[in-house]
Design a protein around this ligand. Sequence first.
Ligand SMILES: *[C@@H]1O[C@H](CO)[C@@H](O)[C@H](O)[C@H]1NC(C)=O
Ligand SMILES: *[C@@H]1O[C@H](CO)[C@@H](O)[C@H](O)[C@H]1NC(C)=O
Ligand SMILES: *[C@@H]1O[C@H](CO)[C@@H](O)[C@H](O)[C@H]1NC(C)=O
Length: 341
Amino acid sequence: MRNFTLVGSLIALAAAADSADTAWSYLPDKTAAWYKEHGQALPELAPAITTVTANKSYVVKLECVGCPFRVRELYEVVEHWQEPPQENSLLLNFTVDDARPGLLLNGKRIAPLDPMPLSISAFQTPANLSQDTMTKMTTQHMLDRSWVVGTKYGTFELQYEHAVIGTRAFGRNWIQFDVTAVHQRSTYNAASAKLDKEGQKMVQILLREPVDRAELYIEDVQVVEREDRVKPFKMKCGKLAMMRTEYNPLEWDYYGKIGTVTRTLRLMLSSITDSWGVLTFWAVVISAAVFFRRRIVREQQEKALAEAREEAEAALLASDYSAEPPAYSDISGPEEKTEEV
Ligand SMILES: *[C@@H]1O[C@H](CO)[C@@H](O)[C@H](O)[C@H]1NC(C)=O
Ligand SMILES: *[C@@H]1O[C@H](CO)[C@@H](O)[C@H](O)[C@H]1NC(C)=O
Ligand SMILES: *[C@@H]1O[C@H](CO)[C@@H](O)[C@H](O)[C@H]1NC(C)=O
């Protein structure tokens, strides 16, 4: 559905296009052959990292190694996959939010990380995006929530690994963002791709929060090989100074993360609202009650058994010194209880 709306607005935009200024966003790019034919030099390419505002806002063009390429054509309602796919990239807009200090990625708060599910999507562009087009994208804020018209660029939901790596300096942390897969879940031509090819890079950002004010600065942005990422150090307590979060949009639905108790509860609550739901509700409540009772009983048994074992072991150890026979008699107690259930 959403797809049609997007393409619909793409058509609407094209139809209403009076300013040639947005043509870059929906007309096909000129090819290398075109430039040659017209005796023009090839355009300069956009770099992997574009500084929009120093220390505050950067656009990363992350090459998506071996990814399929989604084609959106003017007046074509259905998007399709290019065969073979051209080299392509994902656009990641890392911007400090000064109003509520934090780091946003494509409009979503990734430091401090908002609770899961945190769905983040990204535009896909050809890898050989020109500098000129990148400049238009940034000056016209294509990677902003306010950009609502369709473009020729496909979008993907990101599956990702997020990590905060502490440094020994107070208020200075690395935020690592590794896109592990991309998903396109539209009704037509849905597909997913893992970013597991050799040479796939990731992004790491050094964030600094001065002690004296509630403000954030991006001190460094790097696009690195996965094996070259900054590694956490070991804290005094022996733990690594690192916090890792993984997100896969396919593991979540409207009710929560599939397979978790929270989701089951939410699903249950929502099903109460319809008439069949009442039955379902009680069925679930009863089976949950049975389940929990069983579990409590089992836990009690296990505890008793463990205690008995400990006692027996202690007795065995003691027997080395006292030469008395070990006291096994206790062990049979909890096992007898098992029969009762
Ligand atoms: C960009 O890459 C595509 C696909 O490989 C190619 O057809 C096109 O000519 C390239 N454009 C430029 C300006 O190099
Ligand atoms: C990047 O994101 C910020 C925050 O959401 C937004 O204000 C800015 O316009 C975006 N940049 C671009 C180039 O769209
Ligand atoms: C701004 O970024 C530069 C590197 O691009 C860095 O050297 C400098 O320390 C940063 N400034 C602040 C206030 O973080």
